[in-house]
Design a protein around this ligand. Structure first.
Ligand code: MN
Length: 254
């Protein structure tokens, strides 16, 4: 298992400036390597992230620490080319991130890019914690048959939510998990660019996250959109560290 710092905030459309400062704070003293970011060159950066991820993932599991959510596009691309068997993508996010499909991809539309490029089949994409959607996104998700577990569903019917997740896990061999910290409630994760109320709490999140890790099918995890400059008492960074540690602990059990 390797940890890769991906300190890019080039896809944030300037609304979440500061999230490129998150990786060293989250990773701390853990051993890590860094994907090269080329200032002012989104496509070059995209390629660099992809190349790094492809090299790392062809050798084993990896944790990628961002950075804004646009990094997940080259990361999932690398995953799709290195992971064996049937592939699934599980995304924890307050937003579906499929506003429109343009290149270079931003943090607002990377999911649509992943689906349109067929890195993962839409029926194997599960979005968890969603609570703020645009009309066009709702239409797109429906058209493509992408499954959404809203934050309300996770909170009001946690058992059914877990069952739905486990069903997806059972049908696939390799899983990519993307964690946008804004999936959590702003009370516990205030340090991010797009705060949406009524988010997930830690307990509900870790039930699902642990189930994913225990399946042993998770090949890659990314952790994005943490913004230290918007954080309060470092609690968002602390939560991100906890998520990172949980993945490391589970993978160490192999
Ligand atoms: Mn988001």
């Amino acid at each position: 298992m390797r940890i890769v710092s991906v300190p890019s905030e080039q896809g944030n459309l300037d609304k979440n400036k500061g999230c490129s400062k998150a990786p060293p704070l989250i990773i701390g003293d853990l051993e890590c390597e860094t994907a090269e970011i080329i200032a002012g060159d989104f496509e070059g950066t995209d390629k660099s992230i992809y190349k790094k991820a492809r090299a790392v993932l062809s050798e084993g599991r990896a944790l990628f620490v961002g950075g804004d959510h646009s990094i997940s596009y080259p990361l999932v691309k690398a995953f799709s080319e290195t992971a064996g068997g049937k592939r699934a993508l599980v995304v924890f996010d307050a937003h579906p991130d499929c506003v429109q499909f343009f290149k270079p991809l931003s943090h607002e539309d990377w999911v649509q890019g992943v689906v349109e490029e067929n890195f993962v089949e839409p029926k194997n994409v599960l979005l968890i914690g969603v609570r703020k959607t645009h009309e066009l996104e709702r239409e797109y998700l429906k058209k493509r048959g992408i499954t959404v577990l809203s934050a309300t569903e996770v909170k009001s019917a946690p058992k059914q939510a877990l069952e739905k997740l486990l069903k997806l896990v059972a049908l696939n061999n390799s899983i990519y998990v993307s964690v946008d910290i804004d999936a959590f409630d702003p009370n516990i994760a205030p340090g991010t660019g797009y705060l949406e109320s009524n988010g997930l709490d830690e307990t509900k999140f870790f039930v699902l996250f642990d189930a994913l890790l225990k399946s042993k099918k998770v090949k890659a995890v990314d952790l994005v959109e943490v913004n230290p400059s918007k954080d309060k008492e470092g609690k968002t960074v602390e939560l991100a560290q906890k998520i990172l540690e949980r993945a490391i602990q589970n993978w160490a059990l192999d």
